[in-house]
Design a protein. Structure first.
Length: 180
């Protein structure tokens, strides 16, 4: 045994061409990629979660909006989320058929309740035919809202008077209707 130790010492003490780190085998690029693929994915960041929530919400709203527009013979050019930072209205309808809906609460940044979003969608769909808040607009809006409720898209919580919440917005000054 002593002899082995002495030989080791002699061997370790001599000059080297390569350092011990250089003599180690390194994984190939493919092996490193495979190791990365096996690692668990990190949880999404807040911004990524918001994007996913917004995208999924808009997909549902577009689907429901397309069906409601077809039933009522309305022409929707596009249904888009409102730009970030626009907080002065819940939805806006342009005469060319573009509808934008705000998805998030102005101060908390939380996703608005689905019933509020569907209510806004129905309101803006009615504006595709009537660009005001007159009697014909109100009747169409309530018919669209009733259809959304029957289809299961509009599920409001308990309300005191049974009227849609956006019924309060029939004042022309409080609606984001834009005429081009």
């Amino acid at each position: 045994m002593r002899r082995g130790r002495t030989e080791r010492r002699v061997r370790d003490a001599g000059p080297r061409l390569f350092s011990p780190e250089e003599l180690c085998l390194r994984p190939t690029g493919l092996a490193r990629l495979r190791a990365l693929a096996r690692r668990p994915t990190p949880p999404p960041t807040g911004r990524e979660r918001r994007r996913v929530e917004d995208r999924e919400t808009m997909e549902r709203l577009r689907s429901w909006g397309d069906e409601l527009a077809r039933v009522f013979g309305l022409r929707v050019q596009a249904l888009e989320p409102e730009r970030e930072g626009v907080n002065d209205h819940y939805g806006i309808c342009y005469s060319d058929g573009l509808i934008r809906i705000r998805l998030r609460h102005a101060t908390t940044g939380r996703l608005l309740k689905e019933s509020s979003l569907v209510d806004t969608l129905c309101h803006e769909l009615a504006h595709l035919r009537h660009m005001n808040h007159g009697l014909r607009f109100r009747r169409l809006y309530e018919r669209i809202l009733r259809r959304a409720r029957e289809s299961g898209y509009y599920r409001p919580g308990p309300q005191g008077n049974g009227r849609p919440r956006q019924a309060l917005l029939f004042d022309d000054d409080s609606c984001g209707t834009v005429r081009d």
